[in-house]
Design a protein around this ligand. Structure first.
Ligand code: IMP
Ligand code: MG
Length: 473
């Protein structure tokens, strides 16, 4: 059976967007007439010889990945999301405009072709809302490519996420309640509904019917919640389907062709290393794999295609939701940090827990992602502290100290931070245009990170604005 794809009117024949007819360039080539790669000023250094770059969160999320992607997207041809869904929230500030993005890759703000890969879960309502919003603000979405293999978040996923958190009570994970876990669980259960199912109204209805037969039982008998009505859900999703069909594409083929063509592709991680289903602080994690290697699976390219991994870490640490957090700040500095850094969730508005920079966790992130370079964001937030403790080791329950992240949860849960205190600086960083302009103490802070991790810090965030990033060669 051939899998139908929706872009274009025909459901048969070559995948729209990749066919090449004599005399007519393929859609991909039309994207950039005649050009191979456009090197813009400023960040060209970062994409020249590295066509495929993964941007990955090195902590518990909210490191400011969106802003780094936005910066590097200037010199890239395509930006892809490879996992997660609307649990993500990226904020990009452009002049007086603030873009809050949950489903689309951040590259949309730069007008770049954007891919939502097979590894993502898609809430059609959220995605359509964003597409409409961008269109209304004058940003075309004609180059948004949605993988047919991505899974759809269905209304019961949201209901189950909420009901199961409620039921867990004190043991709740503190999810974003966007249906992420239940949607990935259904994918693994082989009960999921995929984006490509929206291409055929009959198939879509059938799949909803099969899923509902089981989900309604769960909702009613286990969670004592309201069941969903088949006709209502089918009609609602058929409405979404009509809006989304034109975006459905064989994104694996699209990205692979682009890389073969010498294009520069960014893979934008959502959530982060310590929220990774396999490598994070399970069970207080998300249900996908944010780590860099997952970019290959989540888009459908070979792992050897990835040329570079940039980790994004805040100059301190935040975490939303429950779970252990060794370097969490005790005392009033926690609140000060939250206010100075505006540490409230983009998606849920929740207060983020704040901590001092944790080099043990960051060293682990360097390892499990293969981070080549680090972007250290929000250094400006630290300007207000006279002293800056940094966690350099963990003390384990037996008294033993380690520089390596504990492999077992009991050790991690009981780990206490061994802090080294660095002098702070009081100057604001607003006017810094190069590394030389940084106060000495700020430079020493960055040097310590490099020395401890053995990784270069090549980008430093000094403010919320798009331009407030120092590049270091
Ligand atoms: P879920 O991804 O909604 O299932 O939530 C699981 C855990 O991941 C919770 O602790 C969330 O707070 C956290 N989480 C999910 N997405 C993000 C994010 O984009 N930033 C920070 N934390 C996140
Ligand atoms: Mg976020």
């Amino acid at each position: 059976m051939t899998i139908p794809y929706g872009r274009g009117s025909s459901r048969r024949g070559p995948v729209p967007g990749t066919e090449s007819r004599p005399g007519q360039p393929s859609r991909l080539q039309r994207t950039r007439p005649g050009a191979r790669h456009r090197v813009a000023s400023g960040t060209a250094l970062y994409t020249q010889d590295v066509p495929a770059t993964v941007i990955v969160g090195a902590q518990w999320g909210d490191e400011g990945k969106g802003k780094i992607v936005d910066l590097l997207a200037q010199d890239s041809d395509i930006v892809c999301r490879y996992q997660g869904g609307p649990n993500a929230g990226h904020t990009i500030v452009v002049g007086d405009d603030t873009f809050k993005i949950r489903a689309l890759p951040s590259g949309i703000v730069r007008g770049k072709p954007c891919v939502i890969g097979n590894g993502c879960v898609v809430d059609p309502e959220v995605l359509i809302g964003e597409l409409d919003d961008f269109e209304q603000r004058g940003h075309s979405t004609s180059e948004v490519y949605l993988s047919g293999n991505a899974h759809l978040i269905m209304p019961w996923h949201l209901a189950i996420d909420q009901a199961s958190e409620r039921r867990l009570g004190k043991l709740a994970i503190g999810t974003t309640k966007r249906g992420i876990g239940p949607a990935y669980a259904d994918k693994a259960m082989r009960l999921g509904i995929r984006v490509q199912d929206i291409l055929d109204a009959k198939i879509l209805r059938q799949k909803i019917e099969v899923a509902l037969a089981e989900k309604n039982l769960w909702l009613e008998r286990v969670y004592e919640s309201e069941p969903f009505d088949l006709e209502t859900v089918a009609a609602q999703y058929e409405g979404y389907a009509q809006r989304l069909r034109p975006y459905v594409t064989d994104t694996s083929l699209y990205v692979d062709n682009a890389l073969r063509d010498g294009k520069h592709v960014l893979f934008e991680g959502a959530q982060a290393t310590l929220l990774d289903l396999d490598h994070g602080t399970y069970p207080f994690v998300t249900s996908s794999n944010p780590v860099a290697s997952s970019a290959a699976t989540g888009v459908g390219i070979g792992p050897q295609r990835i040329d570079r991994v940039i980790g994004v870490a805040k100059a301190y640490v935040t975490r939303v939701g429950e779970g252990p957090f060794p370097s969490e700040i005790e005392g009033p500095d926690q609140e000060t940090m939250r206010e100075l850094g505006h540490e409230y969730g983009t998606v849920t508005g929740r207060s983020r827990r704040c901590g001092w920079l944790d080099l043990v966790a960051l060293r682990y992130a360097v390892r499990v992602n293969g981070i080549d370079q680090l972007a250290l964001t929000k250094l400006d937030v630290l300007s207000h502290f006279a002293e800056l403790p940094v966690c350099v080791r963990y003390r384990l329950p037996g008294g033993e100290e380690t520089r390596d992240f504990p492999a077992h949860q009991s050790d991690f849960h009981a780990a206490r931070p061994v802090l080294e205190t660095l002098p702070g600086w009081s100057e604001a960083l607003d006017d810094c245009v190069s590394e030389e302009d940084l106060p000495d103490a700020a430079r020493r802070y960055v040097d310590l990170v490099e020395r401890e991790l053995g990784v270069e810090v090549t980008l430093i965030g000094t403010g919320a604005e798009r331009t407030s990033v120092l590049t270091r060669a």
